[in-house]
Write a protein that binds this ligand. Structure first.
Ligand SMILES: Nc1ncnc2c1ncn2[C@@H]1O[C@H](COP(=O)(O)OP(=O)(O)OP(=O)(O)O)[C@@H](O)[C@H]1O
Length: 228
């Protein structure tokens, strides 16, 4: 069988914020279905790398290839559209829409993609169920726990069956038990759907769910020996 090649491949990334260098020749490749943990000290450039890979931040130099697409030269409108259809996002604090119920939150990306309400909510409920959060479907984010909120956020990130999920400290605000539960469910769901995951974390227990660890130090990436 021919190897499919990376779903995402970044090389030679440089990014400076005013006088502050955030990335200095960083790179990262991710295979379909692979979970890569990005680790490193505070301020080393992990989030900037994730934002460049996801097409949120445009690097000053370097390349980010997503399949046949070069993200760094794409228009903002095309990158936004691609993010909505092909990428999923999980942040440290769920960033759910407070006015919507959990079910409506998970259905939202499908609704924005044009799916009718009933079909979107049916699929959203399946994903809440997979994330063991169906019981909070009628509640608003202010009425649920942090762990429940992150499971809802993972359901929302995966409901569109993205090719790549970007997770920035997804368990950073949770205790270790809830963190492990979220990571167990996220990694299982990603493997089931063959989504690649780029996971920024400080926590070795979280990184243990990955196939490979990459360390960022002073804006440079270094691969640790992984399973691959
Ligand atoms: N929007 C911004 N404006 C100015 N400087 C920024 C911005 N974003 C990041 N930086 C700077 O770029 C460097 C890398 O930041 P980044 O957030 O990527 O690091 P990080 O490894 O994710 O840190 P942490 O683990 O603390 O979240 C830091 O020096 C940071 O202060």
């Amino acid at each position: 069988m021919t190897p499919a090649g990376p779903v995402l491949a970044a090389t030679g990334l440089h990014k400076t914020y005013g006088p502050t260098p955030a990335l200095a020749d960083a790179g990262l490749s991710v295979q379909p279905g692979e979970i890569v943990a990005v680790m490193g000290p505070s301020g080393s450039g992990k989030s900037t790398l994730l934002h460049c890979l996801a097409g949120i931040v445009r690097p000053d130099a370097g390349s980010v290839r997503y399949g046949p697409h070069e993200l760094t030269t794409m228009t903002d409108a095309r990158r936004s559209a691609l993010r909505r259809t092909d990428f999923g996002f999980v942040f440290q604090f769920g960033r759910l829409v407070p006015e919507l119920t959990c079910l409506e939150n998970v259905a939202l990306p499908l609704r924005l993609g044009g799916l009718r309400r009933r079909a979107a909510e049916d699929r959203a409920l399946e994903w809440l169920d997979r994330l063991e959060a169906a019981d909070v479907r009628g509640k608003r984010p202010g009425e649920i726990s942090g762990g429940q909120g992150q499971r809802v956020a993972v359901a929302r990130a995966l409901v569109t069956t993205p090719r790549v999920v970007f997770a920035d400290e997804p368990t950073g605000a949770l205790d270790s038990l809830n963190g492990e539960r979220v990571m167990g469910l996220l990694s299982r769901a990603a493997r089931d759907t063959r989504a690649a995951v780029v996971l920024v974390t400080h926590d070795a227990r979280v990184a243990a769910y990955s196939d490979r660890e990459v360390v960022v130090r002073d804006g440079r990436t270094r691969d640790l020996a992984g399973v691959a």
